[in-house]
Write a protein that binds this ligand. Structure first.
Ligand code: TYM
Length: 325
């Protein structure tokens, strides 16, 4: 299968991004043709600092590789370095009704959050995402639950293209992990864990052991003291149990049993240890990669060139079909 997915360069990559997306990427790359990029064009739709953008992009590439994406197997690159993403986005715009875009949940949320900057790019964001996927004729898109609506729209656009101009694209399907598709905030377990929130609300993949312990120990928990999974009554503990179970690779039932006669404190201490141990190799690899600028740049250049070859072929077909010969 051809797999396509990406992450925006803003903020720090956290365990929500890892459990929802990157962990799937790592196993998918073994058997599939994988294309993973850093979505810098998407990041321009909300206020950002241009001086920091390049560092953020490199940080994300380091993160991909440190977490286990293999640049020999997967194609890794920066979205803006393959101009066909923007080109295809424009063409797909002409097939996408504005009404579809104004009803997107993320558009509604972001236009509330950034009232003074409701730019056309924010509205068009999902069409660029459709272009990202269709440019490579992606068949599956491993993402967290918050991207479901965007992949759905990609299918709608693909269908419309095929109906209008002849069969060209397969309709891609989203791939969610069985558990962990929506990791919640540590400070408000009713909200999704998000890169753009207070760092106390998430565990970054490169947080120091001290910070991990601090954040987990002060994570919002629920009334009572039993470590039991119950999303409605105990959203805080249930979220922590999900993280524990995925990282320790143990069923939630077993963890509940282990902490049956213990309280939240013991459970949180143990979870902090699980996180520290799990993320230790990531921190080590990050340090090593930070000293290898040339290697990191080479990965991106090689990735962009491999991506471009596929992108150019698709654009030729699309241009011909749309009458732009
Ligand atoms: P972004 O950068 O917001 O998030 C990257 C990936 O992490 C997942 N994710 C989560 N999963 C579980 N729990 C959470 N709390 C959580 N928060 C984020 C996201 O679902 C995503 O998979 N629009 C995309 C980037 C993008 C893209 C694409 C993805 C651009 N083009 C094409 C796939 C295909 C985004 O902003 O992701």
């Amino acid at each position: 299968m051809r797999i396509v997915s990406g992450i925006q360069p803003t903020g720090e990559i956290h365990i929500g991004n890892y459990l929802g997306a990157i962990k799937q990427w790592i196993s998918l790359q073994e058997e599939n043709e994988c294309i993973f990029f850093i979505a810098d064009l998407h990041a321009l739709t909300v206020p950002y600092n241009p001086k920091e953008l390049q560092d953020k992009i490199i940080e994300k590439l380091v993160c991909y590789v440190a977490a286990g994406i293999n640049p020999e197997k997967s194609i890794i690159f920066v979205q803006s370095k393959v101009k066909e993403h923007a080109e295809l986005c424009w063409l797909l715009n002409t097939l996408c009704p504005v009404g579809e875009l104004t009803r997107m949940t993320q558009y509604k949320d972001k236009s509330k959050k950034f009232k003074d900057n409701i730019n056309a790019g924010l509205l068009d964001y999902p069409v660029l995402m459709a272009a990202d996927i269709l440019l490579y004729k992606g068949q599956a898109v491993p993402v967290g639950k918050d991207q479901e609506q965007h992949v759905e729209l990609t299918r709608t656009i693909a269908r419309k293209f095929n109906q209008t101009f002849g069969q060209t694209f397969e309709e891609p399907k989203e791939l969610f992990p069985k558990s962990g598709a929506k990791i919640m905030s540590l400070t408000d377990p009713k909200k999704k864990m998000s890169k753009s929130d207070d760092p106390k609300s998430y565990i970054s993949l490169f947080d120091s052991p001290e910070n991990i312990t601090k954040k987990i120990m002060s994570a919002e928990t629920d009334s009572g003291k039993e470590v039991i999974y119950n999303v409605t009554k105990k959203p805080g503990i249930s979220n922590l149990l999900t993280i524990y179970s995925l990282l320790a690779d143990k069923p939630i039932k077993d963890i509940e049993k282990e902490f049956k006669s213990k309280g939240y404190g013991d459970f949180k201490k143990s979870l902090a240890k699980v996180l520290i141990d799990y993320l230790e190799p990531f921190r080590r690899k990050q340090k090593e990669l930070q000293t290898r600028d040339v290697y990191v740049k080479e990965i991106l250049e090689k990735g962009a060139s491999r991506a471009k070859t596929i992108a150019e072929t698709t654009m030729q077909e699309v241009n011909e079909k749309m009458g732009l010969i």
